[in-house]
Design a protein around this ligand. Sequence first.
Ligand SMILES: Nc1ncnc2c1ncn2[C@@H]1O[C@H](COP(=O)(O)OP(=O)(O)OP(=O)(O)O)[C@@H](O)[C@H]1O
Ligand SMILES: [Mg+2]
Length: 341
Amino acid sequence: MGLINMIEVRGLVKTFPARGGLLSQKAVQAVKGVSFTIPDAGAVAFIGESGCGKTTIGRILTGLETYDSGEIYYNGQNLTSLTPRERQERLRKIQLIQQDPYAALNPARTIYQTLMAPLTWEAKRQQKNRDWMERRAREVLELVGLNPDVVLGKYPHMLSGGQRQRVVIARALTVQPDVLVADEAVSMIDVSLRLGILTLLQALRRDYGIALLFITHDIAAARYIGHDGRVYVIYQGEIVEQAATDELIQSPVHPYTQALLSAIPVLRGLEQPGPDRHIPLGEFALAEGNGCRFAPRCRFAEQRCRDEKPPEVAWQHEEHRHTCHYPTPRRVVPEPLEAKS
Ligand SMILES: Nc1ncnc2c1ncn2[C@@H]1O[C@H](COP(=O)(O)OP(=O)(O)OP(=O)(O)O)[C@@H](O)[C@H]1O
Ligand SMILES: [Mg+2]
């Protein structure tokens, strides 16, 4: 049985307008025609460096940001003709988990109050009473591995970073979400606690069929979305390569993906020695003209790369796609770490 695509995004474009004044800024086209799908109960990762547009896409998908053009289908329904308000209502079951759990929680509210806010909304919608809300608050905390008796009466500052992130996830669970968009959800948490949060997200997917959109600049973390996941590599607002997780890690063909992969220190120790083992990224540069955006930083770029924009094409099969004039398999990593355990 094929998976249904719960979310289908086609040609998404987002421009932030120019700003005058003290902090003047030119208009930024943060997202330049991005297309992707999130299968029902699937796992998808977006990876790319800071500023490539990951958060912007995540915010659009959760209704927090508008977009200029493109289409978003959610369970087959095209949301594009809706008003931003209607769209936000429709997208309520797509929940954003932000990078900084402290900023995401109101410091003046106890965890109980934090959970009651969305539960009041849910109770009204489902015609439930106060008892149901109280029970549900305890349930969602237990789901994320917290003891309700211990945390309900506490304020965010009384919790650890990992506990706070669990509360944020619990709050997202109050609406019984279809998708959790985890935007750098573990990057501000102590390293020792990260794996716990990643494992929790995986468990929510496995046990409750909640799809995951995992946003990260760290390709190593992207591996945690699992073997059946799909990775999209984003460079300056465009998808430059996409494939199933293992395939992308084992056989990347775009020099940008290869550079990201070869920069992972944990993996580097396992690599086979060879001339293509480490592929450095050049200085950050905005592309000029009509060529490949990555060309100014690409150590394999030819004249054609600077002149002509590479279209998105398949590599070996339809599911592995890239935008490179000279795709070359360079095996920068022998095998994903989990494959060994
Ligand atoms: N509200 C905004 N107003 C103006 N420009 C913005 C706004 N939000 C994002 N941008 C710009 O859009 C581009 C993409 O930003 P975005 O936050 O989506 O990147 P990101 O991939 O999430 O980066 P990071 O890894 O640092 O979180 C950047 O150039 C950023 O400066
Ligand atoms: Mg971001």
